[in-house]
Design a binder for this molecule. Sequence first.
Ligand code: CO8
Length: 262
Amino acid sequence: MTDTHTYIDIIVTDPAPHVRQITMNRPKQLNALSANHLHEIVAALNAAADDDEVRAVVLTGGEKVFAAGADLNEMAKRDLVGELKSERHRVWDSIRRFPKPLIAAVNGFALGGGCELAMHADIIIAGATAKFGQPEVNVGIMPGAGGTQRLARTVGKSLAMRMVLSGEMIDAVTALRSGLVAEVTPYELTIERAVRLARTIAEKPPISVRLAKEAVLKSFDLTLEAGLDFERRAFNIILATEDRKEGVAAFLEKRRPAFKGR
Ligand code: CO8
């Protein structure tokens, strides 16, 4: 089933079997994340979550920019009272809770909220031109969508501090070395590689993938003991699936498995 919503700021396509692609498309504003833009991304993710045909999602932007952060025209109007009443955090929570594999394919700038959005993905594939940064201090604010927490957990304290306190950007090679991204590709191949990876993941048993994603994410929140406990329970749940029987049987019978997602 394709996504039948009408969008203004994003383009939704199905580039491969079981793979959905969400392309941010506000080129004049460098994909700045306005409230509508973020709502559309969440609507598309919700549609992908509800669609059994979709097993992995690629989120990408343009050639020169993934996303240049919060929309600074909207930011100019934000104040404390408005922020306290705002439901904005729910938008980010929805992205955080997206249950299927989410791959960010990043070319060009991923700045501020754009870098934070990329970090909400499970895997980041970066084009060689990618630049990541948390430049909020340059405009008198600080990261507000998880940048301080996710960056420190991902690249370590020193590099996170450098980026958050100075606003300096890092290039794709530094992002790879620091573990922010999984792979660097020539920029013209970034989306193709991300879709291929999504396709590989989409061929795996969906329940295994879903619980494995959840288990890896738990490692950011839980103690090792609690995380191992979660993993053990998730593993036991998977033992009850038809796909587990099919996977092992196919291996022993030397054929390709046909996973059904149950
Ligand atoms: N918001 C609104 N418009 C923007 C933004 C933005 N974040 N970034 C660029 N634009 C607009 C520019 O105003 C310009 O518009 P116009 O053509 O009408 O003058 C157009 O996009 C092109 O921009 P530039 O001319 O500046 O393009 P350059 O190629 O020279 O520079 C840069 C590209 C380096 C990306 C530069 O545009 C830049 O530094 N942008 C701002 C980046 C930034 O500071 N981002 C952080 C914003 S704060 C934030 O993200 C806080 C997150 C908090 C929670 C998340 C909420 C979503």
